[in-house]
Design a protein around this ligand. Structure first.
Ligand SMILES: [Zn+2]
Length: 435
């Protein structure tokens, strides 16, 4: 009932025209950023120029590092009062997954269109250009209020999160430039929530992708060799073993809460390749599986299990690891962690429930935790449909603007944690072993 009344008052004051947001400079910057096509692997020069201009507007230093040519890492420094303290790293990524109008977009994916009902459409509106602009707007607002935070705050913007961070976060974490930031806590991306909470990722599931090649004798389609001697017969055995495991894990997943996708291991058979002609028994058939390890899974035991399944499936089967990430530790989410306490305080003052979860996927934060720095993934998009990587990805302008307030609180609380509250060794706030 309250909401009905609220709706009437709301519409009475503003009408239903979303363009009341059109003059908001933060919305305009967001739209401009969406209009830069930053599909992974493309030319990021215009994005670097965009951030160079925005850094100049706020008179903050910007550095651009390239560990692989064409993959710039952008760093903006917002200096605090005491640079000797561990800093706060606000990470995001500039790259977006591909989008093409022909897929059925209502508005051009790189148009940054603000609709009459107040939605901003475009690739990256949720994943995750909104967050980068929100960090910037929050920090600009703090600066405009003549507030200098205690700790340094860095905005870091990665070029290739969508394809694993091989040319971005991974080399950056190994660099002297990263060491010099002296990071105490990293914030990274989270995800929207269709219910009125903001999920906070404290651990990521890691990715294993495997390719299984099953070899058999090529023969004429009229011959009739034993099933288990053929490439397809061997593949069937591999598929049976992995899909049986998948069934078991699927049942576990149906019992899991939305707050802990870490209790199950997901397995998907995503590619099947083989065969040359309709009347030839193929000599090789390949299978590619995408596996996201449960956070309690022991990697050595899981590898041994995989190899046993392959061995039992027949002879002349090879197993290749396309990716095999080590388990990523968890950031401590108890009041013993001063960084979690600060976020908790911000959530209370904002009256926004921020709930720790383990998501089904993974982000650059997994590399950060593995490097010994605690990280939380958070994107302030409560009551928002999940449209990451989807056609017609959009974010309501009201949610975008609310997110700036949320970051203003979170960043202020984090960057003002007194030095006496934190250990100079940030790795004490991560749990190294699987939970
Ligand atoms: Zn993302």
């Amino acid at each position: 009932m309250q909401w009905v009344l609220f709706g009437v008052v709301f519409c009475g004051l503003y009408g239903v025209n979303g363009n009341r947001y059109a003059d908001d400079p933060a919305v305009q910057r967001f739209q401009e950023y969406i209009r830069i096509n930053t599909t992974t692997g493309g030319d990021l020069t215009p994005a670097v120029e965009f951030w160079t201009r925005l850094a100049a507007e706020q008179d903050v230093p910007i550095n651009v590092y390239e560990y692989t040519k064409g993959y710039p890492i952008i760093v903006l420094k917002w200096a605090g009062l005491d640079s000797s303290l561990n800093s706060i790293q606000l990470n995001s990524h500039v790259d977006v997954v591909p989008a093409d109008e022909s897929e059925g977009w209502t508005y051009p994916p790189f148009g940054g269109v603000l609709t009459e009902n107040g939605r901003i459409y475009g690739r990256g509106t949720q994943d995750m250009k909104s967050v980068t602009i929100q960090y910037y707007e929050a920090l600009s607002r703090i600066k405009a209020n003549n507030i200098t935070l205690l700790r340094d705050v860095y905005m870091t913007i990665m070029p290739d999160e969508e394809v694993g961070g091989e040319d971005g976060m991974i080399p950056f974490l190994q660099s002297e430039e990263f060491s010099a930031l002296n990071v105490g806590l990293e914030l990274d991306e989270g995800a929207p929530s269709p219910i009125p909470i903001i999920p906070l990722f404290y651990q990521d599931k890691v990715v294993w992708q495997i390719k299984v090649d099953c070899y058999g004798e090529a023969a004429h389609g009229s011959t009739f060799p034993a099933t288990n001697s053929t490439a397809t017969g061997k593949c069937r055995n591999v598929i049976d073993a992995l899909l049986k495991f998948r069934e078991e894990q699927y049942i576990i997943s149906t019992r899991a809460t939305i707050f802990d996708a870490g209790v199950y291991t997901s397995v998907n058979l995503n590619r099947l390749n083989g065969g040359t002609a309709n009347n030839i028994i193929p000599s090789v058939v390949s299978l590619t599986f995408d596996i996201r390890l449960g956070t309690r899974v022991n990697e050595d035991a899981f590898q041994a299990q995989l190899e046993q399944w392959i061995a039992e499936a027949g002879e002349n089967i090879t197993l290749t690891y396309i990716s095999k990430n080590p388990q990523s530790p968890a950031t401590v989410v108890s009041l013993s962690n001063p960084y979690w306490r600060a976020i908790n305080q911000a959530a209370r003052s904002l009256k926004v429930p921020i709930i720790p979860i383990v998501p089904p996927g993974s982000t650059d934060a997994r590399h950060v935790r593995l490097a010994g720095v605690p990280a939380f993934g958070i994107s302030p998009m409560a009551n928002t449909p999940l449209l990451l990587h989807a056609v017609d990805e959009y974010l309501p302008a009201s949610t975008f603007l609310k997110g700036i307030n949320i970051y203003e609180q979170i960043i202020t609380k984090l960057a003002n944690i007194p030095s006496s509250d934190t250990s100079p060794d940030p790795s004490v706030y991560i749990v190294k072993t699987a939970l």
